[in-house]
Write a protein that binds this ligand. Sequence first.
Ligand code: DGL
Length: 269
Amino acid sequence: MAVGIFDSGLGGLTVLDAVASRLPDVDFAYFADSAHAPYGVRDADDVYELTTAAVARLFDHGCDLVILACNTASAAALRRMQESWVPEGKRVLGVFVPLIEALTERQWGDNSPPREVAVKHVALFATPATVSSRAFQRELAFRAIGVDVEAQSCGGVVDAIEEGDTILAEALVRSHVDALKRKMPHPEAAILGCTHYPLMQETFQAALGPDVAVYSQANLVAESLADYLVRHPGMTGGGGPAFYTTGHPGRVSDRATQFLRRRVQFQPA
Ligand code: DGL
């Protein structure tokens, strides 16, 4: 069974790239729900329905383990899925916790009480749905005290990336960083809390300045998945790599190829 990687669209490819190079012997099946992207402007019920439908398709394709490489789905749907939907023998994991463990200097599974950490002023860039869920602040509060988080909802960025409009995406990133800086002039760290945003990482870093440490999830999730698979060796197997989309396979393949700078061929989900 391949390990499933799910996103509303192209953003999860940033995670796929990192996990595939960290775990070259594992096959991955990628699912882009392009017909319904962006998720970030939808309500929690809608995100839950779409995410469960997509993950069910990955289970049908033989995946036992699926990573929600989508913060919006991780924030709005994951807990509900884990509590009442995931079938026996299957697993669904999100992308939030590895990032927060890195920010709060914790090892996996360290459940000790929250404590003071080095960073005090953190900028969070995410979709409107992720920002309004406050899931990031909730997970952070379990692990750290005294951290001031200023969240900036980055409307329009995911749509521009999905459309392949890099110029618009860059302009939007700069204006969202300006808006954040008006609320928090000197963040020490910035979280790219949407898997689409690493595709614009250079623009975020340039707009934030060299003194701001930019955290993006791909490598953190790759490390955390490698660790998980050591503890759960039965969750992988053959199956071969595959790319599925609910959108137009030709168009999605072209955009993915543009962003990853290697040929990627999607097929209908
Ligand atoms: N890449 C997603 C995330 O991490 C999805 C964004 C969207 O569809 O709005 O939140």
